[in-house]
Write a protein that binds this ligand. Structure first.
Ligand code: SF4
Length: 223
């Protein structure tokens, strides 16, 4: 499929603008940047002052994704917490440090992967983002994912999975499984627990590590 046809096909599913690296431009819809980091920076600049949902009222700052933009796997959580809101980076609080430990333990260190959230602003009191807030923010995540174009999107917890897959998720039953990404079926979506859940339920730690090891095998092409 050529660039024009791709832009037309994406517009049918609601993606009116795509970002690609290189020097290709079609009309006003495709922007050209020399590398993914710069494309991501341009995307972030486009919504760092966003007020599309009520979460902007209590945030300190918008928290964009972080990590290796060439990673074959992108981890997606639900929203920033207090520490993330202060530092402006995703997964830097207690749950993030725990995730880092487990990623290091399985030989997939954090600096080699990319991590982001469905919602880019902290919900007050660390509550879950609601449906309206998620729908307002999901277009940013979809653009972020289209730029990185990973092999696998790993959803951390049911809220992130519901945002990405657009359906009700029972994480205890659906964890460890692969699903097609609705906006690009060649990208797979893998589900596991949120690390904050594991910190509250250490009896599920073994399943979480089992999932991460399976994810690593999928990324390597072994499964
Ligand atoms: S959560 Fe997303 S949609 Fe809502 S204000 Fe923040 S950036 Fe905008």
């Amino acid at each position: 499929m050529g660039v024009k046809e791709t832009v037309k096909a994406l517009s049918v599913i609601g993606i009116g603008e795509i970002y690609i690296t290189g020097k290709v431009k079609v009309g006003g819809n495709v922007k050209s940047y020399p590398n993914k980091r710069q494309v991501l920076r341009a995307l972030f600049d486009s919504y760092k002052d966003c007020t599309k949902c009520d979460l902007h009222k209590s945030r300190r700052q918008v928290v964009f994704g972080d990590g290796n933009p060439d990673s074959p796997v992108v981890f997606v959580g639900e929203a920033p917490g207090e520490e993330e809101d202060i530092q402006g980076k995703p997964f830097v609080g207690r749950a993030g440090r725990y995730l880092n430990e487990q990623l290091k333990r399985i030989g997939m260190p954090r600096e080699t992967v990319y991590i982001t959230n469905v919602n880019k602003c902290r919900p007050p009191g660390n509550r879950k983002p609601n449906y309206i807030e998620m729908q307002a923010c999901l277009p940013y995540l979809r653009k972020e994912l289209s730029i990185i174009n990973p092999k696998v999107i790993c959803c951390l917890g049911a809220t992130a999975a519901e945002g990405i897959l657009g359906k009700k998720i029972q994480i205890t039953k659906m964890r460890g499984q692969l699903f097609p990404y609705p906006y690009n079926p060649s990208v797979k979506v893998f589900l596991t627990f949120h690390p904050a859940f594991i910190l509250r339920n250490l009896n599920a730690e073994g399943e979480f590590i089992e999932d991460l090891i399976k994810l690593k095998e999928i990324v390597k092409g072994g499964l």
